[in-house]
Design a protein around this ligand. Structure first.
Ligand code: NAD
Length: 437
C-alpha cells in the first residue's frame, strides 16, 4: 500500500465530540485541561508521552510521536458532548467520583462551561437509566438530522474546523446485526421507518459520518461496526474504529496471554471476576447490557491462543468472565483473575492476579489518543476501519473476513509502523538488518 502523498497540516481548532458525559468523558476532559494548564501529566497517552524509533538502533533516533507526525496540539482542542442528563461536566465529574476535589476545583471554571446537548435515547437499549435530557422527533432519521444540526452548530459557535467523535455513552443491550445493518440503503430505510433494530449509538455514528466526522466506539455495542456504516464511512472518506476501550482486566489479559503463548505454556482455564460500583457497573448489572460486554471480553483469548493451531495446549480451556455491581467501590474496580496453566509434562501451575485499578484513569488517555489519531488518519486521507488502532480496543474492528489481532505488542508494532508508513519512513520489523548492511 502506498503511503499518503501528504498529510494535511494541523490548522485551526479540533472539536472532540463525546456522546456520553459520564465518568470516562469527564475524567478525560478534566485531564486534558489540567495538562494544558501544566498542572498534571497526561500519563498513559502515546500521543503525548510516547516516542518512536526511526532507522537502525545505532542511529539513536527516537523522537516524540507528537513531533514525528502532525498531531493536533492539546491547546487547539474544543469539547462537545451529549448526555441523557443536563449536568455540566463539573457536576457530572463530581457525581462520577473519579477525580479528587483537589483536581476538579483547579478546572471547575472550565468544566462548568461544558454543557451536554440533549441525547438520542431509547430505554430498551439502556434499561437502568431514567433519561431527562432527550431529543424527540417523529422518526430516527429526524433524530439523526437533529444530531447533524448539533454538530454544525457546535462547529460554527466554537470556531472549529474539524471534529472527531468518541462514543463514551453507556453500553447498550446486545443485539445481533439485523437486515437493517447490512446495506446503507436498508439502514436509511430503517431510520425513516423507526426500526427497533437501530440503536441510539448507531444513530450518532450515522450522523457523525454524514457530517464528515470520524467516529470511534468505546463501548462493546455495535454502534458503527456493521456493513451499512462501513459502507457510509468509505463513501464519505471518514475513519471509523472500535470496539470497547481496552482497560483493566482485558488489558492484563492481552499483556499476559501473548507471553504464555510465546513460551508454549498450556491453559486449562482463566476465571475473571470484577466488582465495580460506578454507573457503568449499574448499567452492566442488566443481563442484556452485560451480554454485550461478555461477548467483547470473551473473544480475546481465543484469538491470542489460536486453539486450532495448538489443540494440545489450548484445545479445551474454560474461560469465564463475571462483573458484579457493588456500589461501595465506585469507579475503583477490583478485578481478580485465576489462571490455570500447565507446563513441561503437563504439570499444573496457577497464577492469581488482583488488580485494584481505576477504570476511568485507564480509559481517559485512550480517548485522547483515539481522538488525535483519528483526526490524523482523516487528514492523511485514510477512511473506513482503522485496524492500526486495535491497540486501544478489547474487540477490535477488522475488515470482513479477517480475525482481529489482540496481542498488545503486535498491536503496538502495527500502530507505530503505520505512523512510519504515513511518513514514508522505513518500517521496523526487528529482523536485525543492521547487522547485514
Ligand atoms: N471505564 C472504562 O475503563 C471502560 C472500559 C471499556 C469501555 N468502557 C465503556 O465506556 C462507556 C463509558 O463508561 P463510563 O464509566 O464513563 O460510564 P458512565 O455510566 O459514567 O457514563 C456514560 C454516560 O453515557 C450517558 N448515555 C447513555 N446513553 C446515552 C445516549 N444514548 N446518548 C448520550 N449519552 C448517553 C449516560 O447518561 C452516562 O452519563 C461505557 O459504555 C463503558 O462500558 C469503559
Amino acid at each position: 500500500m502506498k503511503s499518503p502523498h501528504s498529510i494535511k497540516p494541523v490548522s485551526g481548532r479540533l472539536g472532540i465530540l463525546l456522546p456520553g458525559l459520564g465518568a470516562v468523558a469527564t475524567t478525560f476532559i478534566a485531564g486534558v485541561e489540567l495538562a494544558r494548564r501544566g498542572l498534571a501529566e497526561p500519563i498513559g497517552s502515546l500521543t503525548q508521552m510516547g516516542t518512536i524509533r526511526l532507522g537502525k538502533r545505532t542511529d539513536n533516533t527516537s523522537p516524540m510521536i507528537k513531533d514525528f507526525v502532525p498531531i493536533a496540539p492539546l491547546e487547539s482542542v474544543e469539547f462537545g458532548a451529549w448526555d441523557l442528563f443536563p449536568d455540566d461536566a463539573y457536576t457530572a465529574a463530581k457525581k462520577a467520583g473519579v477525580l479528587s476535589n483537589e483536581h476538579l476545583d483547579l478546572v471547575k471554571d472550565f468544566l462548568s462551561t461544558i454543557k451536554p446537548m440533549s441525547a438520542v435515547f431509547e430505554p430498551t437499549y439502556v434499561k437502568r437509566l431514567e433519561a431527562t435530557h432527550v431529543k424527540t422527533g417523529p422518526t430516527k432519521m429526524a433524530l439523526a438530522e437533529q444530531l447533524m444540526e448539533d454538530i454544525a452548530r457546535f462547529k460554527r459557535e466554537r470556531g472549529v474546523d474539524r471534529c472527531v467523535a468518541v462514543w463514551c455513552g453507556s453500553t447498550e443491550t446486545w443485539r445481533a446485526p439485523a437486515a437493517e445493518h447490512q446495506t446503507l440503503e436498508a439502514f436509511e430505510k430503517g431510520l425513516r421507518e423507526n426500526s427497533p433494530e437501530i440503536a441510539p449509538s448507531a444513530i450518532y455514528a450515522y450522523a457523525c459520518l454524514r457530517s464528515g466526522v470520524p467516529y470511534a466506539n468505546g463501548a462493546p455495542n455495535l454502534s458503527v461496526d456493521f456493513p451499512a456504516l462501513h459502507e457510509l464511512a468509505r463513501r464519505e472518506g471518514v475513519p471509523i474504529a472500535g470496539k470497547d476501550f481496552k482497560t483493566g482486566q482485558t488489558l492484563m489479559k492481552t499483556i499476559l496471554a501473548p507471553g504464555f503463548k510465546a513460551r508454549l505454556l498450556g491453559l486449562d482455564g482463566w476465571y475473571s471476576t470484577n466488582i465495580l460500583g460506578n454507573r457503568d457497573g449499574e448499567v452492566l448489572d442488566d443481563p442484556e447490557s452485560f451480554k454485550s460486554k461478555e461477548v467483547s471480553k470473551l473473544g480475546v483469548l481465543e484469538h491470542i491462543f489460536q486453539p486450532h493451531l495448538h489443540p494440545k495446549l489450548y484445545g479445551k480451556y474454560s474461560h469465564v468472565v463475571r462483573i458484579n455491581y457493588y456500589p461501595p467501590r465506585g469507579d475503583n474496580k477490583e478485578g481478580w483473575d485465576n489462571i490455570d496453566i500447565f507446563g513441561w509434562l503437563n504439570y499444573p501451575m496457577q497464577i492469581k492476579i488482583d488488580f485494584l485499578c481505576r477504570d476511568s484513569i485507564l480509559a481517559a488517555p485512550i480517548v485522547l489518543d483515539l481522538a488525535l489519531f483519528m483526526d490524523l488518519a482523516h487528514r492523511a486521507g485514510m477512511s473506513g476501519i482503522q485496524e492500526w488502532l486495535s491497540f486501544y480496543f478489547k474487540s477490535p474492528m477488522t475488515a470482513p473476513g479477517l480475525y482481529p489481532e489482540h496481542d498488545l505488542f503486535i498491536q503496538l508494532m502495527k500502530l507505530k509502523n503505520t505512523l512510519r508508513w504515513m511518513k514514508n519512513e522505513g518500517l521496523i520489523t526487528h529482523l536485525g538488518v543492521e547487522y547485514y548492511d
